[in-house]
Structures are given as C-alpha cells and as structure tokens.
Design a protein around this ligand. Structure first.
Ligand SMILES: *[C@@H]1O[C@H](CO)[C@@H](O)[C@H](O)[C@H]1NC(C)=O
Ligand SMILES: *[C@@H]1O[C@H](CO)[C@@H](O)[C@H](O)[C@H]1NC(C)=O
Ligand SMILES: *[C@@H]1O[C@H](CO)[C@@H](O)[C@H](O)[C@H]1NC(C)=O
Ligand SMILES: *[C@@H]1O[C@H](CO)[C@@H](O)[C@H](O)[C@H]1NC(C)=O
Ligand SMILES: *[C@@H]1O[C@H](CO)[C@@H](O)[C@H](O)[C@H]1NC(C)=O
Ligand SMILES: *[C@@H]1O[C@H](CO)[C@@H](O)[C@H](O)[C@H]1NC(C)=O
Ligand SMILES: *[C@@H]1O[C@H](CO)[C@@H](O)[C@H](O)[C@H]1NC(C)=O
Ligand SMILES: *[C@@H]1O[C@H](CO)[C@@H](O)[C@H](O)[C@H]1NC(C)=O
Ligand SMILES: *[C@@H]1O[C@H](CO)[C@@H](O)[C@H](O)[C@H]1NC(C)=O
Ligand SMILES: CC(=O)N[C@H]1CO[C@H](CO)[C@@H](O)[C@@H]1O
Length: 593
C-alpha cells in the first residue's frame, strides 16, 4: 500500500490548488505508475426492488442507460437489491391477481414485498441488450432452509436467462441483521460462511443450475456489508464482518482462507460487495452534520474511499474484485439541496474514478423512484408537500461524463486501461500488455472541486424547491490554468470535454460540453461535440483553463507513435457525432448497439 501514501500527497495538493491561478503538473509516463484496470461499465445502478416497476413502467431509464451504452459499448450494470430484497417473498399467485404487491405498515413503510415468478419476466426485457444484472435474494427468510430464496433463484434465472443474470447476492447489508432482529447476537462471519454454503449449495445443486453450461452459470456476489470500516459511530451493532475477516485465515490475515478455503466456494464467488453512504439523514446526529460543501472536498472523499484499501487487498488475495455495490451521497433516500446538486455531480465523477484507482472495480449508485438522491426519477410524485415532475438531476450528467472517460479510443476493444491518481485528477493509460506495445497515456481528467455558488439553474421541477440555493458566491467565477507536461506528441490535438454547471448549488442547466438530455423523454438533445481541442506543444506541453467547480476530460485520439503523419485513424471513421455506433468487442462477446 505504499502507493496510497504517495497518493495522499497528491490529494493534499489538490485541496489547495483551487486557490492557485496556475498549476504545473507532470504527468508520469505509463511505465512509471502503478495502475488498476478501469472497466467501461465502472458506473452502475442499484435499484430498490420495490421501485423496479416504477422505473421499468416508463421508457426514461432504458433511454438513458442506452445512451451510456452507445458511448462506452457496454450498458451500465444493474443490481436489483436493497432493504426490500430481504422483504421479498415469492408466491405462485397473489390475492390482488397481479405479479407484485407491497404490504405497507405504519408510516407507509414497506413491510413485505410479495411477487410471483411472472414479476421477473415483466422487467426482464426492459434493460438495454448487454446489461449485466445482479439479483439480491432474500437471505433473511431462513425458514425451511431458505426455500423462498431457492425458489427466487430459479424463477429469476428462468425469466432473465444467463445472458442477463450474471450474479446473485444473498441478502442486503447482512451486517445489520442482528439490529433488525433477523439473526441472533452470535451472527458473524463464521455463521455467515455456513449459511452461504448452505444456500449456494442448494442453488448450485439444483437441476436448472447443473443443466447450464459452466460458463453460463450465475455466480455469487459475497459480502454485501454496510458498515464503513473506519467510522465506528456509523456501525449499527458489534460484529466481525469485514471482507478481510471473511476471506482470510483467522490466524493470519495476510493469507486467503475463510469463505475461500473450499475451492467450490471460491469458484462461485464472482465478486465481493460493500456499501458506503458518506452522509446520512437516518439519525439526528448525522442529520446535523450534513453539508453540501462536504461533497466538494476531495480530502473528505479520500477519507471515505481509502478505508476500503485493506478490503480491496483482501478481495484481491481471495481472487475476486471488490465492488461498491450500493452507494450514494446521503443514506436514507438522500437530501435535496445536497444530493441533487451539481456539487454532487462533480463528487460522483471524483468518487467513481478514485474508487477505481483504489481498486473498487465498479460503483453502483442507488435508485429509488421517490428518492432525493436518484440520478433520474421516472414518474411525478408528491414529496414534503411539493408536487414533483419526473426528470433528470445533475448526477445523471456525471454518468454521461464518466462514459466519455471510459469509452475506448479508436475501434479496438480496450480492456487494459489503467488509471493513476494525480493532483486534481486522473491519468488513463492503455496498452502495456506486451513488450512491443508500451503503455501509453490515453486520457486525463481534472476536477476543480472548489465551491462556486451561482445564481442560475437553482431549481429543477423533479426535485424540491424548498432547498433551492440561497447563498451565492461574490465576484467573478475564478478559473485557473493548468500547465501539463505529457508524453503526447507535439503538434497533435487533444479533444476536450467538460462537465459544466452554473454552480455547485445548481440543480439544472448542467451539460457535458453542451450535451443535454430531455428531462421527460430521456432523449439526447445536443451531442456535446464542441470541437474544443488543446494543442500539444513542444515536449508534450498542454495548457488548459478550467473554472471553479468544473471537470474536464482530455483525450488523445491519435494513438500512433510520434512522427507518423496524421490521417483518418481507423477509430475516427467509426464515430458519428462523437457517439460510437459500431460493433465493439467486449470481453470476447460481440455486442451491437
Ligand atoms: C434462522 O435464523 C434464526 C435466527 O438467527 C436462527 O435461530 C435459526 O437457527 C436459523 N435457521 C437456520 C436454518 O439457519
Ligand atoms: C442446509 O442445512 C440443512 C439444515 O441444517 C441441512 O439439512 C442441509 O443438508 C443443508 N444443505 C446444504 C446444501 O448444505
Ligand atoms: C475482524 O475480526 C476480529 C477478530 O474476530 C475482530 O476483532 C475485528 O473487529 C473484526 N473486524 C471488523 C471490521 O469487524
Ligand atoms: C466520510 O468522511 C467524513 C469526513 O472525514 C466523515 O465525517 C464521515 O463520517 C465519513 N463517512 C463514512 C461513511 O466514511
Ligand atoms: C406539509 O404541510 C402540513 C400542513 O400544512 C404541515 O403540517 C407540514 O409541516 C408540511 N410538511 C413539510 C415537510 O413541509
Ligand atoms: C453554497 O450553497 C450551499 C447551499 O446551497 C451552502 O450550504 C454552502 O455553505 C454554500 N457555500 C459557499 C462557499 O457559499
Ligand atoms: C478567468 O478569470 C479571469 C480573471 O477573472 C478572466 O479575465 C477570464 O475571462 C477568465 N477566463 C475564463 C475562461 O473563464
Ligand atoms: C488542431 O486544432 C486546430 C484548431 O481547431 C486546427 O487548426 C489544427 O488543424 C488541428 N491540428 C491537427 C493536427 O489536427
Ligand atoms: C435551465 O433549466 C431550466 C429548468 O430546467 C430550463 O427551463 C432552462 O431553459 C434552462 N436554461 C438554459 C440556459 O439551459
Ligand atoms: C497512482 C496510482 O497508481 N493510483 C491508483 C491506481 O491503482 C493502484 C492499485 O494498484 C492504487 O494503489 C493507486 O492508488
């Protein structure tokens, strides 16, 4: 973890950089940095089971998710899971004659979510072709040897098929099960491993599973813990759950063991998951600590994300990646005025890329159709005495921006891209898998996380107006100029894409270099190709100016060695209006969009 120490210095520099007017940044050559792979479906969504119908009843989500797939070549991964996963019960038929029914208790909170096998089929075809789905089984209901979960697994696979259903989870935030009275006080890693083996053993032994060719058998995402390792006051209860404790020998934490002790368990674990919500409305202590400015602070994000480094190392040792399986800015449904601002959008970009650079392979942002943190909401509804429209919030635009960041350059599949954190940003490299293909700098991302409270775009008809900004920054919006020393060839142009908003406090008028989405239909209205470029000077010098509260992406499309004359590169010809419309090779599968 020596690299993390190095990172810290870079990040500390970043927090002061906003005050400087210029900064000189040396971009390390590809062979000088340690990188993690950056996958093109790094940014996913987690949908609360009770809200799946709301999302799949309108075309909005499908339209938006397809727009990402059109840029990256791979639609965002979707996890159907959350609190209501452990309240989902499957029945052959329901008294209401439909395929789902939510039984509400006091304060209209959902007590039980009842579904029939037909429910999975109702949304199976909704998500764009190529979407990888994770489905969270009810792990709480352990009666009759998890008969409910065993039946769910078979029914959801029958509806979705192996092409869509990639993994199961067993339960949601299982480290809160004692507190919820779903397990006794002795609930811990050892008992979890026994129960994991029992339920997965039953699923794996089932006829339907055994009949599948080996490469089509859904795997399991293990863990699914909520407690942030380094923030004890946010733990609901005392337990020993952590990815380290789950996957290492109790006697020697540097050696793989625990759940991966048996080869047959290791073979079915596709990934490990944890959840993180840096802020929360769930209790009064945390309610009083909530602040928009905390999202505009790279050091706070670093403190939140770096606590997973030991968990990543443990998952690496155990042979499967760690995933941020459910997250958002503020837990218990979010906080308008924080979660639905342009500040949250910049935070989201920084979070996904920082996570990837620390080794969190993918990050899934939670969606509820009436949640204040959702990137988009499919239907109008009433909340806190306000009537809201369906619509799109600023953090949707961070996804579109990240799509541009991870999109492959040229026409070739590009799976070996790595990342490195830099002061204020990230460097993305490609190649390096062979000696004759040296690792090359592809892209650079810079974020100015300083706060600028503007006076435009303060409201958004899909969110509460009661929280619209009332504090405004004075004077002219500051900017600074970055002088970059890159390994790019003199005379070439880097294309420039910006994530733009009127201010940290804005709830609308956010764009990705002018690209906007219709809040009702989800249609991409402008393509965002402004033609802005940054010319590479002598010795790879690049100069770029960015305003306070802004993100910028630099891409070097011309990837041939220096000295080769520029001509229409193979990749450029495939692009129409900046969007990839071709067939791209993704992990050996051909996916046409
Ligand atoms: C189900 O959970 C309860 C509560 O922790 C426990 O007493 C019981 O033994 C569990 N049943 C099985 C089959 O594990
Ligand atoms: C699961 O546990 C039950 C009750 O202890 C046991 O009868 C059954 O054999 C176990 N199944 C598997 C696959 O481990
Ligand atoms: C891991 O297990 C040890 C030993 O049982 C325990 O002391 C520690 O608190 C556990 N870690 C977490 C994060 O629960
Ligand atoms: C995130 O970091 C902030 C600042 O250090 C801290 O107050 C908060 O508790 C952290 N939250 C989590 C869940 O790590
Ligand atoms: C909604 O209106 C009712 C009745 O006027 C009032 O009592 C309540 O405090 C309001 N709630 C919110 C969140 O403003
Ligand atoms: C910006 O506005 C938000 C609320 O919209 C407020 O919480 C924050 O303190 C303001 N920050 C500055 C530096 O003006
Ligand atoms: C940067 O700030 C300076 C000083 O306020 C201003 O003159 C200039 O127009 C700004 N440039 C951009 C691109 O915003
Ligand atoms: C770089 O961009 C400038 C300005 O758009 C243009 O004049 C020039 O021809 C471009 N150079 C190359 C090598 O594409
Ligand atoms: C800003 O957003 C509002 C509300 O979404 C919209 O009506 C307005 O046209 C937008 N203005 C610009 C300049 O895009
Ligand atoms: C600078 C750097 O390498 N950033 C991250 C990329 O991934 C490695 C993991 O190998 C992290 O340790 C670094 O923090």
């Amino acid at each position: 973890m020596t690299k993390l120490g190095g990172l810290f210095i870079a990040l500390a520099a970043a927090t002061h950089a906003a005050a400087q007017e210029t900064a000189s940044i040396q971009i390390p050559p590809g062979d000088a940095v340690k990188t993690r792979p950056l996958v093109r479906d790094v940014f996913g969504y987690s949908i609360e089971p009770i809200w799946v119908n709301a999302y799949t009843d309108t075309p909005l989500a499908a339209k938006l998710l397809s727009a990402i797939g059109a840029v990256t070549g791979k639609p965002p991964p979707i996890r159907v899971g959350g609190n209501t996963a452990d309240q989902t019960y499957q029945h052959d038929t329901l008294p209401n004659g439909r395929d789902w029914d939510a039984i509400r208790g006091e304060l209209s909170t959902v007590q039980q979510f009842n579904v029939t096998p037909a429910w999975y089929g109702a949304w199976a075809d909704y998500f764009p072709r190529g979407t990888d789905l994770i489905y969270s089984l009810n792990f709480r209901a352990n009666e009759s040897g998890w008969a409910n979960a065993v039946a769910q697994a078979e029914a959801v696979h029958a509806a979705l098929g192996s092409g869509r259903l990639r993994m199961f989870e067993l339960g949601n935030e299982i480290d809160h099960f004692i507190n919820k009275h779903w397990r006794a006080a002795d609930w811990g890693v050892d008992m979890y491993i026994d129960q994991f083996r029992n339920l997965t053993g039953q699923i794996v032994a089932a006829d339907w599973y055994q009949k599948l060719p080996e490469d089509q058998r859904p795997k399991f995402q293990a863990g699914v813990f909520a407690d942030p390792p380094w923030v004890p006051d946010q733990h609901d209860e005392i337990d020993d759950f952590s990815i380290e404790n789950l996957t290492t020998l109790a006697t020697d934490r540097s050696k793989a063991g625990g759940i991966v002790e048996r080869e047959q368990d290791k073979a079915i674990i596709g990934s490990y998951a944890m959840h993180l919500y840096p802020q929360s409305t769930c209790d009064t202590a945390r309610w009083h600590r909530m602040r928009l400015d905390l999202l505009s602070d790279h050091l706070v994000l670093w403190q939140n994300v770096s606590q997973y480094a030991p968990q990543v190392a443990a998952a690496d040792r155990a042979g499967a990646p760690l995933i941020m399986g459910e997250t958002n800015s503020v837990s218990c449904s979010g906080k308008s005025g924080i979660s639905d601002t342009f500040g949250a959008a910049l935070w989201t970009v920084d979070y996904v890329l920082l996570g990837a650079s620390v080794g969190l392979e993918k990050t899934y942002f939670h969606l509820g159709a009436q949640s204040e943190y959702s990137a988009f909401t499919p239907q109008g509804y009433t909340l806190k005495n306000e009537t809201l429209d369906s619509g799109i919030r600023p953090n949707w635009y961070s996804h579109y921006f990240v799509a541009k960041v991870v999109r492959p350059l040229g026409s070739a599949g590009n799976r070996n891209r790595g990342n490195a954190s830099l002061p204020d940003g990230y460097a993305l490299y490609d190649g390096g898998e062979r000696k004759d293909k040296p690792r090359r700098l592809d892209k650079l991302v810079f974020l100015d996380m300083g706060v600028w409270n503007g006076t435009e775009g303060l409201s958004n008809p899909s969110t509460l107006s009661a929280t619209d900004g009332t504090m405004f920054s004075e004077g002219a919006r500051p900017n600074r100029t970055l002088h970059l020393a890159t390994s790019w060839c003199a005379g070439r142009n880097a294309t420039v894409t910006r994530l733009l908003g009127p201010g940290t406090n804005a709830k609308s008028n956010v764009t990705v270099s002018g690209a906007t989405f219709d809040p009702e239909s989800g249609d991409l209205k402008k393509n965002g190709v402004t033609g802005e470029t940054a010319k590479v000077g002598e010795d790879g010098a690049v100069t770029i100016t960015m305003r306070r509260a802004e993100a910028v992406l630099l891409e070097m499309e011309d990837t041939r060695p220096c000295g080769k004359a520029a001509s229409a590169a193979a990749g450029t010809a495939l692009r129409v209006d900046g969007i990839l419309v071709s067939v791209i090779s993704v992990a050996g599968l051909l996916i046409s969009l």
